[in-house]
Design a protein. Structure first.
Length: 177
């Protein structure tokens, strides 16, 4: 994985960085992946919002006729793909546990490109024993490992230690992969 695909996230500094980080998706006319982090006391909850066509192309998983009801048939395969491309480690390289949870597919319209189908995946990331919650290396390259023009917008919605606990709050963008 190249350095451009790695995003070092120091959660304690995220909110300060948000003030100077532009919203990158506004200039991108194609559907992009949204990664929303909720940093809790013992784990990081992640919501992945992936354009279904790009995900299918990059993963070779057929999603043409998938619905939320039938997505479960591809759930193991999608979960394995996402686990391979979503990694957190401590600054000294110890891996966090990654559990992929609920998967759904629906219509979306988060870009200037108009409506498209989107796969939403939820994951829980847990640090190894003795590791802190506030510093980690976030490595994520789903879709972009095959489609170089794809963008991934990483945001933080909740950060309990920083006082951002409102689950309905707008996510604050912190970077683009």
């Amino acid at each position: 994985m190249t350095a451009i695909h790695r995003l070092l996230v120091v959660v304690g500094c995220l909110l300060a960085a948000v003030q100077t980080t532009p919203t990158p998706a506004a200039a991108h006319p194609m559907p992009y992946t949204g990664v929303v982090l909720d940093v809790h006391q013992a784990a990081v909850a992640v919501k992945l919002q992936l354009p279904a066509d790009d995900l299918a192309l990059a993963s070779a998983i057929d999603l043409r006729t998938a619905t939320s009801d039938t997505l479960g048939q591809r759930g193991v395969e999608l979960g394995n793909y996402l686990r391979q491309h979503l990694r957190l480690t401590t600054p000294d390289g110890r891996p966090w546990a990654v559990v992929i949870g609920d998967l759904s597919i629906s219509d979306a319209d988060r870009s200037d490109a108009g409506p498209y189908r989107e796969v939403v995946a939820h994951a829980v990331l847990t640090p190894p024993p003795g590791a802190g919650m506030r510093r980690f290396v976030f490595a994520y390259d789903a879709i972009v490992h095959k489609i170089a023009t794809h963008e991934i917008v990483v945001s933080v919605r909740q950060d309990w230690a920083a006082g951002r606990v409102d689950s309905d709050a707008a996510a604050q963008p912190i970077g683009v992969i």
